[in-house]
Design a protein around this ligand. Structure first.
Ligand code: NZQ
Ligand code: ZN
Length: 386
């Protein structure tokens, strides 16, 4: 087990009706920037509930709406300008990961003198941020309880993650009923995303890190149990609740600290989104089994076999055989049980002209991964996923 420091300052209010806790925003001042996406929160009534509670608590509301899936730097800049012009005290994101990520970089940009894109390219430049609050409406990214934010500049085909301690939300409301209206596509993509976060933290050669690994297996079993139920019964409370809480823990450090591999499937997916604007979780689902197959060999087979035995309840003594079966189970889960697209073509990527550029960027800096990938490896994975 490696050394680590673990600190999650986010207060979570979990369950039905917990939005009433938005009155606590009064602790951070008077002026709140309400950040949201393309309008789902108006259609399902969350917007009205939030505005009522904020108004009753004498908070003055400013709005940044229209945050895109794969949020754009242009929208972040608009939010930063609003914060600076109006002297905003805090930001409140209501939405999925895109909205929360946008709100985070707005909060940091409000405390920074230069252009907000600097904070995306160079995380140590984030020295402070306005207090960040969130009401989560889609279980996937874990942004509600982590230090990360991912922002795109589509004019440059760039999508980068940034991170800072001060980007961890002060408080997040997790009401599973708010995810009842999430579409089948986004429910499946969200489940693939939270599974991928768990995988990225889980696969390593570290043998003494039982606590994070056994936590990870428990989360994966939960996601595999409840993902299909949520897909077919969108208003099943326990399914939505377990997915929501599992997603937060998949990336808040619990399954990473002490184990600590660098991530490699996410950097590859971020290139797909940067060039083709695809849905993050769909890209991860397509790449994951291909990546597993690409790196499967005598050295990795025992690690994949542990995954197969502990997550999929597979039996047998032959590590390579169990590893292959575990990868097949993963493939079947994403593409049959969760009904997700299985190739890049199916998500609209019809040509490969950018693959080389993308592979070069994705391979850069993955030396610390479970199995380091070269540009050629990434090219092969993209080709196989095509
Ligand atoms: O924009 P609105 O109208 O709200 O609609 C959204 C959007 O179209 C909709 N939606 C959200 N909640 C809903 C709902 N529709 C109906 N009912 C609801 N309750 O779902 C669509 C997708 O939303 P989005 O926020 O884009 O999805 P997600 O939460 O999957 O976020 C994806 C973004 O997060 C980044 C991804 O790269 C991507 O940009 N990530 C952030 C991470 C982090 N901060 O830690 C880590 C992840 O690995 C990931 O990279
Ligand atoms: Zn992700």
């Amino acid at each position: 087990m490696y050394n680590f420091s673990f600190y999650v300052p986010t207060r979570i209010h979990f369950g039905k009706g917990q939005i009433s806790h938005l009155s606590e925003l009064r602790d951070s001042g008077e002026k709140v920037l309400l950040v949201y996406g393309g309008g789902s929160i108006k259609r399902n009534g969350i917007y009205d509930s939030a505005v009522q509670i904020l108004t009753d608590a004498s908070l003055k509301i400013y709005e940044l709406s229209g945050v895109e899936p794969n949020p754009r730097i242009e929208t972040v800049r608009k939010g930063v300008d609003l914060c600076k012009d109006e002297g905003i005290d805090m930001v409140l994101a209501i939405g999925g990961g895109s909205t929360i990520d946008c709100a985070k970089v707005v909060a940091a940009g409000a405390k920074y003198d230069g252009d907000a894109w600097d904070l995306v390219l160079d995380p140590p430049k984030i020295k402070a941020a306005l207090p960040i609050y969130s009401v989560l409406t889609l279980s996937a990214t874990g942004s509600e309880m982590d230090e990360f934010a991912v922002i795109s500049d589509m004019s440059k085909n760039e999508k980068w993650g940034t991170a800072a301690e001060c980007l961890k939300p002060t408080m997040s409301v997790l009401d599973p009923t708010y995810t009842y209206s999430v579409s089948k596509k986004q429910t499946a993509a969200g489940t693939a995303d939270m599974m991928s976060h768990t995988f990225e933290n889980y696969f390593s050669f570290e043998e003494g890190a039982d606590v994070p690994k056994r936590f990870g297996e428990g989360l994966l079993k939960t996601m595999i149990k409840y993902g299909p139920i949520a897909l077919n019964e969108p208003d099943n409370y326990d399914a939505r609740a377990n997915l929501m809480w599992a997603a937060s823990h998949a990336i808040n450090g619990l399954t990473r600290v002490g184990n600590a591999p660098e991530w490699c499937v996410h950097p590859m997916e971020h290139e797909l989104s940067a060039f083709y604007d695809i849905t993050h979780g769909q890209g991860l689902a397509i790449l994951t089994p291909v990546w597993m197959e690409h790196i499967l060999d005598e050295k990795t087979a025992p690690v994949f076999a542990v995954y197969g035995r502990n997550v999929w309840d597979l039996t047998g003594d032959d590590d390579l055989a169990v590893a292959k079966e575990a990868i097949a189970k993963t493939r079947e889960f994403f593409f049959e049980t969760m009904e997700m697209p299985s190739t890049l073509r199916e998500v609209g990527i019809t040509e490969k002209s950018n693959f080389e550029k993308m592979a070069e960027k994705a391979a850069d800096g993955c030396e610390g991964c479970f199995m380091p990938l070269s540009k050629e490896d990434v090219m092969e994975i993209f080709e196989a996923a095509f």
